[in-house]
Design a protein around this ligand. Structure first.
Ligand code: MG
Length: 279
């Protein structure tokens, strides 16, 4: 569970597309129903007179414990990926910023590596079906009540997906700029996608996510003439939070800026190759 928001991940399920018969589906039926997890939400304690004074230190200890366990599993994923020379990127955004559309176009156009995708959503196979339609290897993780992927879910997805050595792995996280910032999945870097239909002040409002990002993609710039979005200001805010992160304006629809995205992917690929152990 996420100690910050109290959401549960016990019902998380790793699901392959129906036509992929070689893998068994996992539905997590033996777990509790998501709605039953609300009882451990910190704010719920305020409703019971006995628990009004929940010590803050207890919450912090729990959060540290949850994150420490996640970090341990994430390191195992990282070692597993490194041993196979796989470049893994954790793709994060608000819902609707265009992550899946970005991946669809990237899969079609980026010819430098074979690509595999882990799709994270609370429910449905819809994004995995879109990615699968490109011919790309994909597995869907449904997080149930959970608002983020964690290292354990990623581990289970990796076992099912079994991405090819040397491949590029996109992990499309659940649309959420809060909790995914805290949970390391074992990726090489986080890519944050925002779009110009959102507020210019997104980097200031969600500083943890922008601080954790290796790259910020500002999508839908073809819509700039029609929306009240200040690209220069957004760059300024993002640089205040994370001076090291490059900001790349793109339009997945028109293709503008996509060449720089592909260049960045190649640079990450090359950096992995440089550090790969001699074989
Ligand atoms: Mg999506």
């Amino acid at each position: 569970m996420c100690a910050t928001c109290g959401c549960g991940d016990d019902a998380a399920a790793v699901i392959t597309l129906p036509h992929e018969h070689e893998h068994e589906h996992e539905h997590g039926h033996d777990h509790d129903h998501p709605h039953e997890h609300g009882h451990d939400h910190p704010h719920d304690h305020a409703h019971g007179a006995d628990h009004v004074h929940l010590p803050v230190t207890e919450t912090i200890t729990l959060e540290q414990k949850v994150l420490a366990k996640n970090d341990e599993l994430a390191q195992r994923n990282r070692d597993w990926l490194a041993a196979r020379d796989i470049l893994a990127l954790n793709m994060t955004s608000s819902p609707g910023a265009g992550k899946t559309t970005l991946l669809e176009r990237t899969i079609r156009e980026f010819g430098d590596a074979s690509i595999a995708v882990i799709e994270g959503d609370q429910a449905t196979l819809l994004d995995a079906e879109r990615i699968g339609a490109t011919g790309c290897r994909v597995v869907q993780v449904n997080t149930g009540a959970g608002c983020h992927l964690d290292a354990e879910m990623t581990h289970r997805a990796l076992e099912t997906l079994d991405p090819a050595p040397g491949s590029l792995l996109f992990i499309e996280n659940v649309g959420n700029l809060v909790c995914p910032a805290l949970f390391d999945l074992g990726e090489r870097g986080k890519v944050v996608v925002i779009s110009v239909t959102e507020g210019t002040d997104k980097p200031l409002k969600y500083p943890h996510m922008f601080a954790a990002a290796s790259l910020v993609l500002v999508n839908k710039i073809d819509l700039l003439p029609y929306v009240d979005f200040d690209l220069a200001k957004c760059r300024e805010y993002a640089a205040m939070i994370n001076p090291g992160a490059e900001i790349v304006p793109i339009s997945v629809t028109s293709g503008e800026g996509m060449a720089r995205w592909y260049e960045w992917l190649r640079s990450q690929r090359a950096a992995i190759d440089d550090h790969a152990p001699a074989t």
